[in-house]
Design a protein around this ligand. Structure first.
Ligand SMILES: [Zn+2]
Length: 485
């Protein structure tokens, strides 16, 4: 089967889902029922805002300065940042360990006049790099997201998802935009967000969001590798289920096994809990996906284990039912602790949620991709998934992901890594940089686009809340204590 690969997010080792391209983000019958009027409202909103017509107008009204900025992005890419992308590609580092990569990127950004802050949000390999216009900061703050972590493989890390290219692409667009803003004497700020460890939890972008790192950002843009050039429909959803990442730590009391009555066995508690979760599976709706491991379970057979850890990824298509599953699992953990005289602490260290996708921006990147004759154009609108994998950022700040086809192989493969350092990938990345700077230019110059983006984002955020209220209503009979017919 040739899957229709959805927008490429891969956080927490999320699988890319395959499915009919016209599939709505709402997948279960319950979700579809709950979303019916919400989807109608999204449809009506798109008809009223007419993002396709606006996108075509913006692309056709090609101001000489915009054309020059796009050319400049190409020049930065081929002249400097293509080589940087390949260099990072040849020196892969996995999530949270991207030390040499960040050293290199920071050196380059400082050399180009960005003010860099490292270790933001307490994350060693996260950073922000800011350029403030000589005309003043009193304009939009335009944010660009760059990732740089590699994948793990048995023979070492590799850039099978082409994250090596992301920050060099962003730099090409950012410097082209900086030059334009300087020349045109436009106030505002450009800020690059270095976001580590997209492939492993906990989700860095949410930690950075909670720490206020994205505060004051008006607009966000990012790129990602792609196997086709496509756009998404407006709305909300996620490519790969909503996820809770939860660590359950059981604490008992150590003792020698020959006097085990003096101890309290945390491993027993962990095993009971693990088995209880298996027992619960038939109680959950079939779309639930729950995987766990026991990474800690004691140190020696002759010592009663005083500490055991169970680590779960809990996934469901919507966050309302996901909370129900999580709640029952937390109860099962407390039950296992009670049954064994141990204690349990529950740490939800990561969450991934539905993100918001804006028609006004998706149609714009598509119109540019078509005008630039990007490779592997797929006109079918994909399901909405937000522009980044955690979802939360997309709810707070409007933005878009640019993803021109950059490989003929699929995600997370050696073939995609090879394409990323060869002509096919290089061409896709250059087009990403060109589209990025064009969209940033439009956002900066076109007041109507800014207004429509803000309006669409606000309305979709409200509709997402409405959708969750509807879901709670639909699930109510099933989740309440009484009997269900
Ligand atoms: Zn990725």
């Amino acid at each position: 089967m040739t899957p229709t690969v959805l927008r490429a997010f891969c956080g927490a080792g999320i699988l890319l889902l395959a499915g009919a391209a016209a599939t709505p983000a709402q997948t279960t019958p319950t979700e579809i029922a709950a979303a019916a009027d919400v989807l109608q409202q999204i449809e009506a909103l798109q008809t009223r805002l007419n993002p396709t017509a606006r996108a075509l107008r913006l692309v056709e009204e090609m101001a000489p300065a915009k054309r020059a900025a796009m050319e400049a992005a190409s020049t930065w890419w081929t002249g400097e940042f293509r080589a940087l992308s390949d260099h990072i590609g040849r020196n892969p580092e996995v999530g949270w360990q991207e030390f040499a990569t960040v050293d290199t990127l920071v050196r380059v950004m400082e050399a180009h006049g960005f003010v860099v802050e490292r270790g933001v949000a307490g994350l060693e390999t996260a950073f922000t790099a800011t350029w403030t216009s000589p005309a003043g900061a009193d304009g939009p703050t335009l944010g660009l997201i760059g990732e740089y972590d590699a994948l793990r493989d048995i023979d070492g890390p590799f850039h099978g998802d082409q994250h090596n290219a992301q920050t060099p692409i962003v730099l090409s667009a950012a410097l082209a935009l900086r030059d334009h803003m300087r020349e045109a004497d436009l106030p505002g700020r450009i800020r690059i967000f270095g976001t580590p460890a997209e492939e492993v939890g906990p989700p860095a972008k949410t930690i950075m969001l909670d720490a206020g790192v994205f505060d004051g950002t008006d607009f966000l843009i990012r790129s990602h590798s792609g196997v086709s050039t496509s756009r998404a429909r407006a709305g909300f959803g996620v490519c790969c289920l909503n996820i809770n990442e939860v660590k359950y730590t059981f604490t008992g009391r150590p003792a020698h096994q020959l006097t085990s009555w003096n101890g309290r066995n945390a491993l027993q508690a962990a095993v009971r809990f693990y088995t209880s979760v298996d027992g619960l599976r038939s109680t959950f709706r079939p779309e639930a996906s729950i995987q766990g491991v026991i990474p800690e379970g004691g140190v020696a057979p002759n010592v009663v284990p005083a500490r055991a850890v169970v680590d779960y990824y809990i996934r469901y298509p919507d966050e309302v039912y996901l909370e129900h599953i999580s709640g029952m699992m937390d109860d099962a953990a407390r039950g296992a602790a009670l049954a064994t005289g141990t204690e349990v602490s529950i740490d939800r260290y990561g969450e991934y949620r539905d993100g918001i996708t804006l028609g006004s921006l998706e149609e714009l990147i598509w119109a540019y991709a078509e005008a630039l004759d990007a490779p592997a154009l797929d006109p079918v609108r994909q399901r909405p998934a937000g522009y980044e994998e955690t979802g939360y950022l997309t709810r707070d700040i409007p933005g878009v992901a640019v993803s021109v086809a950059s490989s003929r192989e699929t995600y997370h493969t050696k073939g995609m890594e090879a394409d990323g350092m060869a002509a096919f990938g290089h061409r896709g990345f250059e087009l990403d940089a060109r589209i990025m700077v064009a969209v940033l230019y439009d956002y900066l110059h076109d007041e109507e686009l800014r207004r429509v983006v803000a309006e669409e984002h606000g309305i979709l955020r409200g509709l997402l809340d409405t959708y969750h209220v509807r879901l709670r209503e639909v699930y109510q009979p099933e989740l309440s204590a009484g009997s269900v017919n």
